[in-house]
Design a protein around this ligand. Structure first.
Ligand SMILES: [Zn+2]
Length: 100
């Protein structure tokens, strides 16, 4: 994701698409839903993929760390919503890196 000038933060996005590259599961998350993964408004987008793990892959004994992030910025909300509707319905289950 090319972000010239400054680093984008969670505060600037309306939703975040999280895709597991290993198993293909994906889901759009609202920033508020990611709070339980330690994500706040000040979290840089670039740090997201390091915080999230795919629990489906972990259940299979894989790291589940090949996470791809796509952010829907507030300015692009309408366009990205249309894109989100085109995504599949399989949801990616997420968990903290450390099990509770
Ligand atoms: Zn996965």
């Amino acid at each position: 994701m090319a972000l010239p000038g400054k680093e984008a933060m969670i505060a600037e996005v309306v939703s975040i698409a999280v895709e597991c590259i290993d198993c293909g599961r994906n889901r759009w998350w609202k920033p508020a839903e990611l709070k339980r993964f330690g994500v706040t408004a000040q979290t840089p987008l670039a740090a997201l993929s390091g915080r999230l793990r795919c629990s489906a892959c972990r259940a299979d004994g894989l790291p589940g760390a090949a996470i791809s992030i796509q952010a829907a910025f507030i300015d692009e909300q309408q366009q990205r919503r249309a894109e989100a509707r085109m995504l599949g319905e399989r949801e990616i289950p997420l968990e903290r890196s450390r099990r509770a």
